[in-house]
Ligand binder design. Sequence first.
Ligand code: SAH
Length: 494
Amino acid sequence: MGKVFLVGAGPGDPELITKKAERVLKKADAVVYDRLVNREILSLAKVGAEMIDVGKIPGCHSVPQEEINRLLVQKARQYEVVVRLKGGDPFVFGRGGEEALFLRQHGVPFEIVPGITSAVAVPAYAGIPVTHRDLSSSVHIVTGHERCDRDKSVLDFKALAGLEGTLVFLMGIKNIEHIVKELAKNGKKEETPVAVISRGTTPHQTTVVGTLKDICRKVKESGIGNPAVIVIGDVVYMRDQIGWHETDGKKRILLTRAPEQSAELIESLRDCGYQVISCPTVKIEPVYGAFEAFSRRIEEYDYLVFSSVNSVKVLDEAMFLWRFDVRKLKGKKIAAVGAATAKALEKIHICADIVPGDFTSDALAEMMAAEVKGKRVAVLTSDIGGEKLIEKLRQHGGYVDKVPLYHNVPNYEIKDYLIEQLIRGLDLAIFTSPSTFNYLIEIAGDSANLLRDVRIMAIGPVTSQAILEKGYKVDLMPQRHDTEGIIALIKRDG
Ligand code: SAH
């Protein structure tokens, strides 16, 4: 019997998760997640973990709660570590209590990993402290979505209206008219300030501020929607002085590479004041059969060449799964195509012997040219990658095998989000490989045409060529074909 971790994923900003959440997510065999969980956080899960979306869209529960409960028990029987990942905190309107009880009743061990709740963090990102010495000495977190199987309101609006403290309604946007009307009817002053904050802590955070009297009209006019918190009380005034996170007016940059490969880039761009939209268009699927075959022949090879961070990631996973002892790599020369790949190797305690200064496969082949003759080389790559490098190494006299450790497949999970971003408009889209671009076109379908109004950056000549071939233009290409090059160019270009 495995263990289930009921984990809070925080309110949206992927940096707002706890260290413990990150740790258990990284070792989870299965992740059962909700709609509100940020994609960047999901990508922390290891390659090959079973990812189960039980996403609840308000109004139409896609997987009933009883089924989720049963699923958790079933997965705990199947795996060692199961993570049940929820937005915010699992025990704040997250039904975490029900799940924990069901697990206890079925003898499944569990742990709770609290998260940062949107009830507090989202107002904070909108410059609203939920308590303040002079303005509010309590905060009340209230559901705005009453159970529809009850004919009478469970909320005591008279009591709520009488409270001096801040009221924070979750799940209330659909019911906002009812909430506001009831509070006013029960004596809350009409000029009490109200803020409605949608998609808080994310790059898409929007806030509408009004009073009990006019907030409904303002919300309607603005068109903002779920998920949103409603904050009612004088603390809303603080926003004028300490608001800090709103994204209006920022340039919008689309990144299409997996976020774990773009961490440095995302951080630099955010620090420079850009709004970074992360839409990984490529997903990797490990091909463990290829690893098995390779591991049986490992002794034959003199050189192992890693063509990407993904090769390292899959190798690491596979070594663990097959109890492949690292000592079997003894004596092999290790090459990495770029600095990021070398860094990924370092993380698994392998220091690459050969890393080209110019991060291209041509440069790597040149570096190996003098020594590779007559040697056996394994190129660890994707099913469609590494061709050019392999050809060059063969020309230099190496006996080269391709080890296709993983497939690149289009990541359809981001389809709706991607299209939404294209419709909203972008200033720049960055592509770091032909597949990041080709899959975007495939996933977006007709909406891909919207990309024609966006400036496009290709990391290097190969990617650029792929984009041009599809009839799109390339506006920018950095001199250095890596993260540093991209950052330098964006800073220069504005
Ligand atoms: N357990 C969660 C709440 C789940 S209920 C927590 O602790 O945050 C879902 C509600 O949370 C949404 O209807 C909305 O009111 C609020 N919410 C969650 N994430 C939000 C976000 N990023 N911005 C605004 N509201 C959010």
